[in-house]
Design a protein around this ligand. Structure first.
Ligand SMILES: [Fe+2]
Length: 205
């Protein structure tokens, strides 16, 4: 069973309905909802899935407003990270997670890894999810000694299937990606890849 404890066939049947795009549920209290209401809501949700990629793209653009004391803004950092991933021959998914690994800094910096991982979870592999969730702990190897924190946090995950990807993303793409003069690939060049990953059929969790 999924965390939502749903019957996927029943969910698919609800999402398969296609009522008029301006249809709205009739209830004002969820306690009074009917199956017809939920068919309308399900169809509207399905239509909304097609906006996900644009939302990620919009959030990436907002990173330009966050420099956070680094030598380049967070959009340059994201684009450099994605560019390094692409030039190393990474898969589309790995390029996109590299590009978006810090995207949740738009919302909340201290918890940005877990937030970004959860945002992307319905669209990426479990390995990629764990990499993004824990990337800051891996990054700590490069600076946590300045904060009086342990630098070997990554050791606890050495046997995990996603460990090598985390090391690659953090050490090869993320950590070196703070050069304001590096000629990055444009955000527009990544959009087709983002649309491929953040498609309109998120997998149920
Ligand atoms: Fe980063």
């Amino acid at each position: 069973m999924t965390a939502l404890d749903i019957d996927q066939n029943q969910m698919d049947a609800i999402l398969a309905e296609a009522p008029a795009s301006d249809a709205q549920a009739s209830f004002t209290r969820m306690q009074d909802g009917t199956l017809e209401d939920w068919k309308i809501i399900g169809a509207a949700h399905k239509q909304d899935f097609s906006k996900t990629a644009d939302r990620f793209i919009g959030m990436l653009r907002q990173l330009e407003d966050a420099t956070l004391g680094f030598s380049c803004d967070q959009l340059q950092h994201a684009l450099m990270c994605g560019t390094l991933a692409r030039r190393s021959g990474a898969s589309t998914e790995h390029i996109v997670i590299a590009l978006c690994h810090d995207i949740a800094k738009v919302i909340n910096v201290p918890n940005h890894g877990p937030i970004a991982a959860e945002m992307m979870r319905p669209y990426i592999s479990d390995d990629s999810y764990h990499v993004i969730y824990n990337h800051q702990a891996f990054q700590g190897e490069h600076y946590y000694h300045y904060l009086g924190a342990p630098t070997d946090l990554r050791k606890q995950w050495e046997g995990e299937s996603w460990y090598p990807l985390a090391v690659k993303l953090v050490d090869d793409w993320d950590a070196p990606a703070f050069d304001p003069d590096f000629e990055v690939d444009s955000l527009e060049s990544f959009i087709p890849l983002m649309r491929e990953v953040f498609h309109d059929a998120p997998r149920p969790l």
